[in-house]
Design a binder for this molecule. Structure first.
Ligand code: 6PG
Length: 236
């Protein structure tokens, strides 16, 4: 496990953007991205470092999607399209969104089938070249929340998760699918996550209750991209 700590979110996002550009975006690679607000800072840094001349060859999938229309302000695809995909030279056929507008259980099955067709299989599971995860202050990752960890921990297909605060349904990769990735990066900035991040990396307190603690890629290639805010407790 590599823990990369940068002085602020801008430096963290820039360093991760450099890594993505150098190692993935111009290669024929399969990348799964998360939603929420953290990726927007990363997208901005990629855009600062590139332009439309850079032909993106990687294929973009999603770690999870809220069960809303792609035009909704809540949509992870909608956010990525607005802040990144619409500004990059990436072929439409390289973009594989989760259809949040569909019935959750049906889309979970449909996306599972899509992944088995579009992503190399290792064992009997799709194996992304890179999976970029976020983490919540409650230790959730993707749309695997603590209250559903027991139910969702050992499943080989896409799952339907439930946001415990809003009740919002989401279609998500399962931890088994995430862990079948060749590389996983957990990208988290800001002090709101410092407690869970410290517990998880230091393997202390209630860390086993956090879904993000169960991210263990098959060849152990797991890196954290943090800033002083999110790594504050871990550093002290
Ligand atoms: C989502 C994400 C989710 C996210 C974390 C962190 O659909 O919201 O996939 O797992 O990564 O909740 O969200 P922030 O980046 O907004 O803190």
């Amino acid at each position: 496990m590599n823990v990369n700590i940068f002085k602020d979110n801008t430096e963290c996002n820039r360093k991760l953007a450099e890594y993505l550009i150098n190692e993935y975006l111009t290669e024929d690679k399969n990348i799964a991205i998360s939603g929420g607000s953290t990726p927007i800072g990363l997208f901005n840094e990629v855009l600062k470092l590139t332009n439309k001349d850079l032909k993106i060859k990687s294929r973009i999938f999603w770690v999870d999607e809220r069960c809303v229309k792609p035009t909704s302000g809540e949509s992870n695809y909608g956010s990525a399209h607005k802040n990144f995909l619409s500004k990059m030279n990436i072929p439409k056929e390289n973009i594989f969104r989760i259809k949040g507008e569909k019935k959750p259980s049906e889309e979970a099955q449909s996306y599972t089938r899509l992944l088995s067709k579009e992503v190399d299989l290792v064992g009997n599971l799709p194996s992304f070249d890179l999976c970029i995860l976020g983490i919540g202050g409650d230790g959730h990752t993707a749309s695997i929340f603590p209250h559903e960890l027991d139910k969702l921990i050992n499943i080989n297909h896409c799952v339907v998760g439930t946001n415990p605060d809003s009740g919002q349904k989401r279609v998500s990769l399962s931890l088994n699918q995430i862990n079948n990735s060749k590389e996983v990066i957990i990208h988290a900035c800001g002090s709101g996550k410092r407690e869970v991040i410290d517990e998880i990396i230091s393997k202390k307190g209630r860390y086993l209750e956090y879904p993000a603690s169960h991210v263990k890629p098959l060849n152990k290639k797991l890196s954290w991209y943090l800033d002083f805010g999110s790594a504050e407790n871990f550093m002290n």
